[in-house]
Design a protein around this ligand. Structure first.
Ligand code: DAH
Length: 339
């Protein structure tokens, strides 16, 4: 009987069926009431008592193997059958929804493009920065309010390691490594410890531009600002510069453009002034050049920095800053880059 079981086991292992009828025939042969295995079960009664235990186990194993094999062959037929039924090559394909670009990256690319046409190249730096690159090298006095806990995120409570509060930190990183002429723009994300509301967020994006060479003057800066504004907001755009203060530029200015929503006539967006502020700028303070190993007696430079969210708002009038980071597809899919 043992021999018989062994032969049957190997027979079942190699069992194949090319269609459902063959499979049913195999099932009847091995597993039906009058099939081989049932007959063996009947013979089992006459097995001597001392062999009953082992024989019983082997018989059960045989029955289980046969059931599993028949079941797996059955499943093969079923899945093959369902695939065949689904293939309809004449059917129209499902539409693949195309994603859209994020408005911030659309506008960032536009800004980059304008400066690239003027010969600026892109530079990047880390978002987790040290105090030197974000503040000290840029001429911030030790007690400058921008270092205050309220503005700056410190990493692991270490006053020397911060999340950069502006992309001006990339200026110093570049100037430390390269000698003039330097002509770079630095787009990137910045962080400030602000309460989140429709008009402020704890992170946002800036683009910084820096040009250092011999004989760079405020007139060069003004020309680039005018060119940028017209390219970005249209040929009719006017600019005005108001004196301001930044630790890293001297003299410093803030630039307004004529409100591109009302054309300068006055509207709620420009608070009825006809002007909107879009960036800070100035001549690089000689201390900053010297801090970075550039001789301020030979070289001079200008720098400017703007918030990408602000420019995006002017282009698309998004009233709530939080929309930019909420990943709401209904909002995002409205933006298409202007190719
Ligand atoms: N870093 C300044 C800020 O975050 C913006 C800025 C102002 C950048 C004047 C400049 C500049 O390069 O010259 O508010």
């Amino acid at each position: 009987m043992i021999e018989k079981i062994k032969t049957l086991l190997s027979e079942i292992e190699q069992l194949k069926a090319s269609d459902a009828n063959e499979l049913e025939a195999a099932r009847i042969r091995y597993l039906s009431k009058k099939g081989i295995i049932s007959t063996l079960m009947d013979d089992f009664r006459s097995v001597p008592a001392d062999q009953k235990r082992e024989m019983g186990m082997r018989l059960n194993e045989l029955k289980q193997k046969a059931t599993e094999k028949i079941q797996s062959l059955k499943e093969q037929f079923e899945t093959a059958g369902s695939t065949n039924a689904c293939i309809d090559l004449s059917r129209t394909a499902y539409p693949v929804p195309l994603g859209t670009r994020h408005p911030i990256s659309i506008v960032k690319e536009e800004i980059n493009d304008i400066f690239k046409r003027l010969g600026f190249s892109i530079a990047e730096g880390p978002e987790v920065e040290d105090d030197w690159h974000v503040f000290s090298s840029l001429n911030f006095a030790d007690d400058h309010p921008a270092r205050d806990m309220q503005d700056t995120f410190f990493v692991q409570n270490d006053p020397q390691i911060v999340l950069r509060t502006h992309t001006s930190s990339v200026q110093t990183r570049v100037m430390e490594k390269a000698q003039p002429p330097i002509r770079i723009i630095c787009p990137g994300r910045v962080y400030r410890n602000e309460a989140i509301s429709y008009r402020a967020h704890c992170f946002f994006h800036q683009v910084e531009a820096l040009y250092v060479d011999k004989d760079v003057s405020f007139a060069d800066l003004k020309q680039v600002l005018l060119f940028f504004s017209k390219e970005m907001f249209g040929e009719d755009t006017r600019i005005r510069l108001r004196p301001s203060y930044f630790p890293f530029t001297e003299p410093s200015a803030e630039m307004d453009i004529s409100c591109n929503i009302c054309g300068g006539k006055g509207c709620p967006f420009c608070k009825h002034t006809g002007w909107v502020e879009i960036l800070g700028c100035g001549m690089v303070d000689p201390n900053v050049l010297d801090n970075c190993g550039i001789d301020s007696k030979i070289y001079s430079g200008y720098a400017l920095g703007m918030g990408i969210e602000r420019i995006t708002n002017l282009k698309y009038q998004v009233k709530d800053l939080r929309m930019f980071s909420e990943n709401d597809v209904r909002f995002l899919e409205q933006f298409q880059p202007a190719y």
